[in-house]
Design a binder for this molecule. Structure first.
Ligand code: FES
Length: 338
């Protein structure tokens, strides 16, 4: 199949992309450091201005983040387009420092553990250590139908095994696969690492983490890596769940209390009755963030991961508290389309 070139204004970087590969996937696999997050038309991170060439767009982009107004001004979502000629794009390239090569590997399922009734932790053993940045994610190939689903690594890169957290949804493709099909001893094909959600090198700055649901997974990877490199920055972790059944990170929080020099944990439960006596704030995690954040905001960076409404609300709180927009990093966990 003939391949087209994808070049970038003001850069020597050139990617090669065949007609049946999305521009984004071709850029990622050839190491072009383009911005992206969801790879499915839902976050808008991969937006680029098409300076020359022609493309074919795959239907399915969320019209709230990309619509005809964007198309008319010449923008494209690189994750939703195939090339139909050589292309030149105008897009701010990211640093490709520490960018690991994308690999597809067969891993061995070593453990499947329930956390409450909704979250499963799956531990897999790769044939050799995988290079990735804490906070990145991998695609799973669901072997029953070939569908791909993305899950953040919940373990640090120096861990022998890769851990993933899967929230079960009724009739979810990955949910059914993990709960009904996948068993210890099976092989699981994964591809990655993907994504740009990772902690900065500014080791002297306080770090505020806000997680909802399994948005805890990449933060767990980041904080375990922080322990490994003896990070000394102040860390505040705000975690939101609906009930105590989904509050599955307390053991990790206890561990970080004794392994990180300045760590505080703030759990919030939105639907847990007061009468249960569980030691956690009752309400939304963003309300807790608003009430608890104090002087630690000075010079802080914030890392948010979870459902989009939680992230949008947390950004509003953090901006009100004086954290600069460019110091807020987030990874929106979007529900799979099917
Ligand atoms: S990466 Fe393309 S819209 Fe999210």
């Amino acid at each position: 199949m003939s391949a087209f070139s994808v070049s970038f204004m003001g850069s020597d970087v050139v990617a090669s992309c065949d007609a049946s590969t999305t521009i984004l996937d071709a850029c990622i696999s050839t190491g072009a450091p383009v911005p992206y997050n969801c790879r499915s038309g839902e976050c808008g991170e991969c937006r680029a201005r098409l300076m020359s060439g022609s493309i074919e767009e795959i239907p399915g982009a969320d019209p709230a983040i990309f619509n005809d107004v964007d198309r008319q001004q010449g923008d494209i979502l690189t994750c939703m387009c195939f090339p139909r000629s050589n292309l030149e794009l105008d897009v701010p390239l990211k640093s490709n420092k520490n960018v690991a090569a994308i690999e597809t590997i067969n891993t061995l399922v070593e453990g499947i553990t329930w956390h409450g009734r909704e979250i499963l932790e799956v531990a897999v053993l790769p044939p050799s250590p995988i290079s990735f940045q804490p906070g990145q994610y991998f695609d799973w190939t669901i072997r029953t139908n070939g569908v791909k689903r993305s899950f953040s690594a919940a373990s640090a890169p120096d861990s022998e095994m890769l851990w993933f957290h899967i929230r079960l949804h009724p009739d979810g493709i990955a949910s059914n696969f993990v709960s009904d099909v996948l068993r210890v001893g099976d092989f699981l094909e994964i591809t990655g690492p993907f994504g740009h959600f990772k902690i900065s090198d500014n080791a002297h700055r306080p770090a505020i983490f806000v997680a909802g649901g399994t948005g805890f997974a990449p933060i767990r990877s980041i904080l375990d890596a922080a322990v490994s490199r003896k990070d000394t920055r102040p860390v505040r972790l705000f975690y939101g769940a609906r009930t105590s059944d989904s509050l599955y990170c307390t053991d990790d929080a206890d561990r970080w209390r004794s392994t990180l020099p300045d760590f505080k944990f703030f759990p919030a439960l939105s639907d847990e009755p007061i009468e249960t006596g569980v030691d956690a704030f009752r309400g939304n995690v963003t309300d807790l963030l608003d009430s608890e954040l104090g002087s630690e905001v000075f010079g802080a960076e914030a890392y948010l991961c979870g459902p989009p409404p939680m992230i949008d609300a947390a950004i509003d709180v953090l901006l009100t508290k004086g954290i600069e927009k460019e110091d807020i990093f987030y990874d929106k966990f979007l529900p799979a389309k099917r």
